[in-house]
Design a protein around this ligand. Structure first.
Ligand SMILES: *Cc1c(COP(=O)(O)O)cnc(C)c1O
Length: 410
């Protein structure tokens, strides 16, 4: 076992060796520009891009590979989907519905649109992180042009009722964008069955390279129109200009192909590892709280709060394991995660939340090591905590009190 152990696979993943192997020729001998129509170098690159489009389309069950647009990652895909729809449909309406626990790429795109006169409804979530489809229905107005709800949350792993949301969107003739960056390749995603019109994804969350992603854009029933954010040579059917990142795209395609072949097995294995981690921690420690949904959650995600420890000290003490505190995206600030706050997690518990992201290359041995280290570190910090000592003394006192009371009754 190599130390440090990487267990932050929801922040990013290592490139799968099979993905790297597929990419390598496109840096060297197959270096052509996919937009070069006049020679074999261009045709070769274009063929590779087309194959990747096909691999992605198959994984998400798109009717046609032409519906896949390449981008520089899911942040760009989210921006293009939300801002692109807002601009293209501004004659129809200016109202967008999203959710408070979405990724910053979605929330900040919505915030930018609010400054330009759009109305945005931010749906709240229940204590498990789920949106209420009834509330979604009520939020719709005749000015609603877009619903943007993610497939699975990057911090707490909660999986949203995507198919029901898609059904509501279809009923009302509203476009449905789904940030499926954490869902694709980890849980079954089917744009037809789920009624998804726009779907964001990213290669580096599924064992592909960083800086490349895709946006699925439905072309039939309905044909979704998008206003581009990047103007230029008219690549990607005019929706995203710029010379294509051929090696990156080949890597994304290969990552999708592997994910599709291995999804059922991998999801089962990661769920097992996640449960082993959870049960191990719960067996060794008291005052531990699981954040997110007990069952509707990503296979490799575990988010736990430890009462009576200081979050920063805990992370510092666990340097042999690469983990995220609360959220990868807010870990630069001392603010607790907005996602945990939206669930109603107590402030002190939000501060001590740790996100484990178990992935393809983690082993049983690494999970057992993580359990052991977490147990040692939490125990050590609690021994230094006067509050924990008091709470334990109080608990013992109450238990003894109850025993005495029982004596009196009997
Ligand atoms: C990582 C992530 C993004 C951003 O993807 P990048 O490719 O890193 O820009 C967006 N949404 C979700 C849910 C994510 O997990």
């Amino acid at each position: 076992m190599k130390i440090p152990v990487y267990m932050d696979n929801l922040a990013t993943t290592p490139v799968d060796p099979r993905v790297l192997e597929a990419m390598l020729p496109y840096f060297s001998e197959k270096f052509g520009n996919a937009a070069s129509r006049n020679h074999a170098f261009g045709w070769e690159a274009e063929a590779a891009v087309d194959e990747a489009r096909e691999q992605i389309a198959q994984l998400i069950h798109a009717a046609s590979a032409r519906e896949v647009i390449f981008t520089g990652g899911a942040t760009e895909s989210d921006n293009l989907a939300i801002k692109g729809v807002a601009e293209a449909y501004k004659e129809k309406g200016n109202h967008i519905i999203t959710c408070v626990t979405e990724h910053r790429a979605v929330l900040d795109s919505c915030k930018a649109l609010e400054r330009k006169g759009c109305q945005v409804t931010y749906l709240r979530v229940n204590p498990f992180g789920l949106v209420d489809v009834g509330q979604l229905r009520q939020a719709l107005t005749d000015k609603t042009i877009l619903i943007s709800i993610m497939a699975a949350n990057n911090e707490i792993g909660t999986i949203q009722p995507v198919q029901e949301i898609g059904r509501v969107a279809k009923e009302k003739g509203v476009i449905f964008h789904c940030d499926a960056t954490q869902g694709v390749g980890k849980i079954p995603m089917d744009v037809e069955e789920m009624g998804i019109d726009l779907l964001s994804m990213s290669a580096h969350k599924i064992y592909g390279p960083k800086g490349v992603g895709a946006l699925y854009v439905r072309s039939k029933r309905p044909k979704v129109r998008l206003h581009p954010i990047i103007d230029g040579g008219g690549h990607e059917r005019g929706m995203r200009s710029g010379t294509l990142n051929v090696p990156g795209i080949v890597g994304l395609g290969k990552a999708c192909q592997i994910a599709q072949q291995e999804l059922p097995e991998e999801a089962a294995r990661l769920t097992e590892l996640r449960e082993r981690l959870k049960d191990g921690i719960l067996r060794q420690l008291d005052e531990v709280y699981i954040n997110g949904h007990p069952t509707e959650r990503l296979p490799g995600n575990l988010n736990v709060s430890f009462a009576y420890v200081e979050g920063e000290s805990l992370m510092m003490g666990l340097k042999e394991i690469a983990l995220s505190s609360g959220s990868a995206c807010t870990s630069t600030s001392l603010e607790p995660s907005y996602v945990l706050r939206a669930l109603g997690v107590r402030e002190d518990l939000a501060h001590t939340a740790i996100r484990f992201g178990v992935g393809r290359f983690n082993t049983d041995e690494e999970v057992d090591y993580a359990i052991q280290r977490v147990k040692e570190e939490v125990t050590r910090l609690r021994q230094l905590s006067p509050l924990y000592g008091l709470a334990k003394a109080d608990l013992r006192g109450r238990q003894q009190g109850e025993l005495k009371a029982q004596d009196r009754v009997s």
